[in-house]
Write a protein of this length. Sequence first.
Lengths: 172, 172
Amino acid sequence: MPGIPIQHQYPDDLSHCYGCGRNNDKGLHIASRWDGEEGLASFTPRPEHIALPGYVYGGLLASLVDCHGVATAAAASAGEGEGPQRYVTASLHVDFLRPTPLGPELTLRARVVERRGRKVVVDGDTGPGRAARQGAGGRRAHAPNHGPGVTATLRQAGEGFRPGGRFPEPAR
Amino acid sequence: MPGIPIQHQYPDDLSHCYGCGRNNDKGLHIASRWDGEEGLASFTPRPEHIALPGYVYGGLLASLVDCHGVATAAAASAGEGEGPQRYVTASLHVDFLRPTPLGPELTLRARVVERRGRKVVVDGDTGPGRAARQGAGGRRAHAPNHGPGVTATLRQAGEGFRPGGRFPEPAR
């Protein structure tokens, strides 16, 4: 998918995140894009990102879906002609549906399912190959009908803040 | 706290986890200990483990509490004279109560709060300094009364499996 990643549109001083910051030399460099309805990303775990040999580490999956959810909230909330607002995670819920094989590129999808002022709720999923569309479409993140391409689902609550302010304490 | 870390008692072939495996050269090497009632660990994030400059990355915190929760479940479930059974995470819920400053060593606590056969539920918390005791004591993980030493809370559901079996699909 073409276009500048959402995270590359964050201001310089808010681009040091270990998961997705372009200014973090040792980070994961998760890069999400917005297709007009949902956030999309892909990521290939490194050989060391394992839980057991052959299977991806759950903490990495939590990191991927967290940064991707934040970016999705930012892109979905950007006004016409504005850059994305920066979001901070208040809560993160990940259901690990089945083991994630190491090797294939993982797909990440996420979509805003609820909004109250600056607070947003994002659902998403990840897995090898093309993650099932229905995973991100407004249902509970732990809907039981994900296909085998989806190995983990996300529900995240976050809050936006304007650059220049202090890193906020999330209100929940 | 003295003693062999719980993760160092996992069998060799189940000790490659990026978060806590002694056989993962590039991993975080989270090391938890059991005090007879709860799991305890400490961890100092690396300089690159940031969300914004000066604040710890939420994905790292999720990774820490995940591996620590799994180890706590393992230690709490070990029979007399047995090594710890290995656990796999079915779901992970993290509430980020406030920003976590980078620099201080973080404390991790966790305790089993529910058990149904091989399935366990673990609550825990983390933060700089000595995390508040009440954080891990059987209440909802997102209880509102955590002191400033607690910056994030955990609720994790997991399932044990015996070494030698395949990496299981978590039942929830």
